[in-house]
Design a protein around this ligand. Structure first.
Ligand SMILES: Nc1nc2c(c(=O)[nH]1)N[C@H]1C(S)=C(S)[C@@H](COP(=O)(O)O)O[C@H]1N2
Ligand SMILES: [Mo]
Length: 200
């Protein structure tokens, strides 16, 4: 791939890069609900379904053969730590959407992980240029604890939206809250507006 094409997430260009109520950490903490799943490559698939013209199921090799992008972004966890300057490599959300050609009725996304985790996104947020299904971080293959083989990265929203161990993407007409969103977290999760917890 072209070494020069790195998409810089717009929030990394802000003069003040820490959203309100966040502090910076050099380390990369690990967080998940429950156990770290051991994903077996030979059994792993990536399914794209719902409001699509033709649903698709990719195996590991097919996924790895997709064109890649690189994205430079900051991480903002709702528990108040932020980790700046992350370089991701993986498959753009737009490439995934093109694979199935979305119906007009596709307005929301539910991303599904191995182990039952999920998170919801508006279609517009999902299809931003800096959203990708990452397989590498800072030039190394993702560690199992950080989502190997594939994790979503949504740089402009709180990090709970960046589902680890992704196994599928479901396009929906109506918004369906994901794992944390149905347990009191905000449906949208914009760190610059401090959309941490739901107000309903
Ligand atoms: N599958 C899965 N993905 C997940 C989670 C989870 O529990 N399961 N937790 C989320 C939360 S709350 C955070 S802060 C980040 C943490 O990612 P990290 O462990 O790579 O820092 O993963 C997100 N993605
Ligand atoms: Mo989190």
């Amino acid at each position: 791939m072209d070494e020069k094409t790195i998409i810089k997430s717009p929030d990394t260009k802000r003069e003040k890069r820490l959203p309100p109520g966040q502090h910076e950490t050099e380390k990369w903490p690990t967080l998940q609900a429950g156990q770290i799943p051991q994903v077996e490559i030979k059994n792993w698939t990536f399914e794209i379904y719902g409001e699509v013209e033709e649903r698709k199921k990719l195996n590991f090799k097919e996924f790895m053969d997709l064109p890649r992008v690189r994205v430079f972004s900051d991480i903002h966890c709702v528990t108040t730590w932020s980790r700046l300057d992350n370089l991701w490599e993986g498959v753009s959300s737009r490439v995934i959407a093109e694979k199935v050609s979305l119906k007009q009725t596709a307005r929301f996304v539910l991303v599904h992980s191995v182990g039952g985790y999920s998170t919801n996104l508006r279609i517009g947020d999902f299809l931003q240029e800096d959203v990708l299904f990452a397989i590498r971080h800072d030039d190394k293959v993702l560690e199992p604890k950080h989502g190997f083989p594939v994790r979503l990265v949504v740089p402009r929203l709180y990090f709970w939206k960046s589902a680890k161990w992704v196994r599928g993407v479901e396009f929906l007409q109506k918004e369906v809250p994901g794992f944390w969103e149905s347990r009191g977290y905000h449906r949208h999760g914009d760190p610059w507006k401090e959309q941490r917890y739901s107000d309903v």
